[in-house]
Design a protein around this ligand. Structure first.
Ligand code: PLP
Length: 373
């Protein structure tokens, strides 16, 4: 049976070149990057090369990147590191749990939080952010693109709101690397979280961009690694993998976007040709991320039937899967509960071919037609 993995937003398979580089490093390089001798220097050089690759790809300085264990950790370091008692934070109701749950615990410690709900287009309105600013607002944390809807927020405008009001802006860009261009040189972003496993890099390694001048308190105590913000001997192979994956994602960005958009077009036109009733929830979205509703069809059952045909998709995001409830993100975006329960997230990437798309569209159409009968 053919197998097609269409859950690129949950995680990506590792790129061959990245995996080979990591294997070579795992086998041959073991020095502690903090050691002064040549073994240590060799490891240190690998880490710095990766830092440079990331800085070059994102338009920032090498010293503005720290390595972390994942996107969730980057979000934790950014949010907990900047907030003092009594500060006010503005964020959105559809952030990843690694932001929302940090905000909940900050609230318990006496901070106040305002969560803006997405508008009907799946985006956070910069004007709503502006209206909620108070004298105590210290930080705005808004994701660049949403993990379920794929909707892309206007970070340029949100950055201007933050800058005009002297507020720190943190952006969770975990879903965006290799999908849309990001140039930190042109954006008023103060901190930005990324995670390697979302762009064909390894799992268990992420990074945080911290603009020069932003002073964070460490959330973990230990050695002085990563600007004193992420103690522990570094994951050398993982960090090297992250750097190479980032370089590859950004070098071929335009080519990949074009390829993925053509796959998307092929997919929806096949569904239309097969007379499948579907609703695409987001117009202006990340390439390849489809939040797609199939009215009158139960999303969970559809997911399982597709899995039996070798097609992997998701119902909600990976972190909320396993639940039969309608996705809170879809409900927040104004989608009614029935339609939300009929909605799947199907995500395509550079790995897919026209044959894959034809297989997925056929599998989906035959399942839906069978259910209807
Ligand atoms: N932020 C967003 C928007 C995500 O989609 C995810 C992962 O799904 C994360 C953060 C967490 O990343 P990680 O799995 O590397 O902790």
């Amino acid at each position: 049976m053919k197998k097609v993995y269409c859950d690129i937003s949950a995680t990506t398979p590792i790129d061959d070149e990245v995996a080979n580089l990591m294997l070579t490093i795992q086998k041959n390089v073991f020095g502690n990057p903090s050691s002064i001798h040549k073994y240590g220097q060799e490891s240190h050089a690998i880490i710095e090369k990766s830092r440079l690759q990331i800085a070059d790809s994102l338009g920032c300085h090498q010293e503005e990147i720290i390595f972390t264990g994942c996107g969730s950790e980057s979000n934790n370091i950014a949010l907990k590191g900047i907030i003092n008692t009594d500060d006010h934070i503005i964020s959105s109701s559809y952030e990843h749990p690694s932001v929302i749950n940090v905000l909940r615990s900050l609230e318990k410690q006496g901070n106040s939080v305002t969560l803006i709900r997405p508008a009907a287009d799946g985006k956070i309105d910069p004007e709503s952010i502006k209206k909620n600013i108070t004298k105590k607002t210290r930080m705005i944390s808004i994701m660049l693109a949403n993990n379920e809807l794929g909707s892309i927020n206007n970070i340029n405008k949100i950055g201007n709101v933050a800058k005009e009001n002297n507020i720190i802006l943190h952006v969770d860009a975990v879903q965006c690397i290799g999908k849309i261009p990001i140039n930190l040189n042109h954006l008023s972003i103060d901190m930005m979280s990324i995670s390697a496993h979302k762009f064909y890099g390894p799992k268990g390694v992420g990074a945080l961009f911290i603009r020069k001048g932003i002073d964070l308190n460490p959330i973990l105590d230990g050695g002085g690694q990563e600007l004193n913000l992420r103690p522990g001997t570094e994951n050398i192979a993982g960090i090297a993998g992250l750097g190479l994956a980032m370089k590859k994602a950004c070098q071929k960005l335009e080519e990949n976007i074009e390829h993925i958009k053509s796959l998307e077009d092929r997919f929806v036109s096949l569904l239309s040709k097969n007379k499948i009733n579907y609703i695409l929830h987001t117009k202006d979205r990340l390439p390849g991320v489809l939040a797609i509703g199939f009215p009158e069809i139960d999303g969970q059952s559809l997911l399982i039937a597709l899995d039996l045909k070798g097609v992997a998709v998701s119902f909600g995001s990976a972190c909320s899967s396993g639940t039969t409830k309608a996705s809170k993100i879809l409900l927040d975006a104004g989608i009614d509960e029935k339609l939300a329960k009929s909605t799947l997230r199907i995500s395509f990437g550079k790995i897919h071919t026209n044959d894959d798309i034809d297989y997925v569209a056929d599998a989906l159409s035959s399942i839906i037609n069978r259910i209807k009968q």
